[in-house]
Design a protein around this ligand. Structure first.
Ligand SMILES: Cc1cc2nc3c(=O)[nH]c(=O)nc-3n(C[C@H](O)[C@H](O)[C@H](O)COP(=O)(O)O)c2cc1C
Length: 442
């Protein structure tokens, strides 16, 4: 491995390394501010800590949450998160990431409703408040596997994604197909509202269809080329969803502001692949000022191709081309640029897990330094769903229980197993053993 794995014992050591690398992400000793209430979606939320969307790959084949799914979310609710951002849920069958990805439709809606009632009750009972629940509506696009094998639906050919395996031209979705999607996301919004969610996220990140259209500079027609064309799908879908908004139910977006590939094959970057946030800032302004979006969840990268950008790691499928602190710093720098330009837009920052027991300090630093209003924890929520209560009670996280960014949860999802923390949750060890066996026999 090119970089020494995370080994820092004090905030000072982390800051020294930041200096050595000439990067910056905020850290504060005092984590109590993470429990300063804030108004979101018409409610007072007592904590700035969120559970990030993390696909568990454990739904029923119908797409309804299984009891396994429900138990996962019950653990998050008891753990004291202020916001639980549900994992990617498909709203059109052909855009499903696998046979066990959650799917919201008329048939599965009652199961979501029942789950949400249990989640809210569990949060109230354990912590005296119900977490806000956000449904993440997604179209998997080029990563669609509705029948368990790849059936990609792409916006354009991207050489960084396809490399030597170009996808057939007939997998490029038509303009008519894209024109019909907003109505479908609108219909899903109605169902999400009926199911008791507090908000729906019209997801545009991580290389899935909406995010891919964002960088469709080379596509011809009404969904490619100009800014207006590339955001037609997202904006029209948000408008379709907005019809269902009221003072109890809101629309939000998990927005990838930097894909990690040079222009014109990545969004939010220049030709040298540096952050270039002119368009992300323009879009954020439109979402806030023209469409009345109250909260954006900011993320970056494509976990299939440059996962070090989305989730800086110590162990992954490849050797990362940069020190993980560079990735953490980029994530927070990008988020702050949006916040500085639009201070009244609420932001949720992503990707704190790499800094392990200092992730509460990073989250608190982000809130205190006005980078974001909330921080959502991804891999750490698999490692310890009780992390918010632990931070509340102790001010920190135990070094022995934190996520070690080993990438095994990511391995499980790609191999089609139920997903969780292989290091800290014994339930997932046999799946990982089976995964290794399959690898050996390949
Ligand atoms: C196994 C796994 C599943 C994920 N599933 C989703 C998902 O469903 N939707 C999403 O927006 N991000 C997903 N992510 C990304 C996380 O939400 C998060 O952005 C990322 O892990 C970085 O945060 P962290 O450093 O706290 O882990 C997933 C990540 C992993 C490792």
């Amino acid at each position: 491995m090119k970089y020494t794995p995370f080994h820092y014992k004090t905030i000072q050591e982390v800051e020294n390394k930041e200096k050595e690398l000439s990067v910056h992400f905020p850290l504060t000793e005092n984590t109590a501010d993470l429990f300063t209430p804030i108004k979101l979606f018409g409610r007072s939320v007592p904590s700035r800590l969120g559970v990030a969307p993390m696909e568990g790959n454990d739904s029923e084949e119908s797409g309804a949450p299984s009891e396994h799914t429900v138990q996962r979310y019950l653990a998050y609710a008891r753990g004291g998160a202020g916001v639980i951002w549900y994992e990617a849920t498909t709203v059109v069958p052909e855009g499903r990431s696998g046979k066990h990805q959650l799917l919201l439709n008329k048939e599965t809606m009652p199961a979501f409703k029942e789950m949400n009632e249990r989640i809210k009750a569990a949060g109230k009972e354990a912590n005296g408040f119900a977490p806000l629940l956000v449904l993440q509506a997604n179209h998997s696009g080029r990563y669609s596997k509705p029948h368990g094998f790849p059936e990609p639906l792409i916006a354009y050919h991207n050489p960084y994604y396809e490399k030597n395996n170009p996808i057939a031209d007939d997998r490029i979705v038509s303009d008519e197909y894209l024109d019909r999607l907003p109505e479908k996301f609108g219909a899903a919004t109605k169902l999400a509202k009926e199911a008791g969610f507090d908000a729906i996220d019209i997801k545009s990140c991580h290389g899935y269809l909406f995010a891919e259209v964002a960088s469709a500079y080379t596509r011809k027609g009404p969904h490619g080329g100009s800014f207006e064309n590339r955001f037609r799908l997202l904006i029209d879908s948000i408008k379709a969803a907005k019809k269902y908004e009221d003072d109890q139910f809101y629309i939000t977006c998990r927005l990838g502001i930097y894909d990690g590939f040079p222009y014109p094959y990545g969004w939010g970057s220049d030709q040298e692949n540096r952050l270039e946030l002119t368009e992300p800032l323009k879009l954020a302004k439109i979402l806030k000022e023209d469409l009345g979006i109250e909260l954006l969840n900011i993320t970056m990268g494509n976990p299939y191709v440059d996962s070090h950008v989305t989730r800086p790691f110590d162990q992954g499928k490849y050797e990362a081309p940069e020190h993980p602190f560079v990735g953490v710093a980029r994530m927070y720098e990008g988020t702050k640029a949006i916040k500085d330009a639009l201070p009244d837009l609420l932001l949720m920052a992503s990707a704190p897990s790499y800094v392990r027991q200092f992730s509460p300090n990073l989250a608190a630093g982000a809130v205190a330094g006005k980078y974001a209003d909330f921080v959502n924890f991804g891999r750490e929520s698999f490692a310890d769903p009780n992390f918010p209560n632990e931070i509340r009670k102790t001010g920190t996280l135990s070094r022995r229980k934190v996520c070690i960014t080993c990438g095994k949860c990511g391995d499980l999802i790609r191999a089609g197993f139920k997903v969780g923390c292989v290091v800290h949750n014994p339930e997932f060890k046999p799946y990982y053993a089976e995964y290794l066996k399959q690898l050996k026999n390949k």
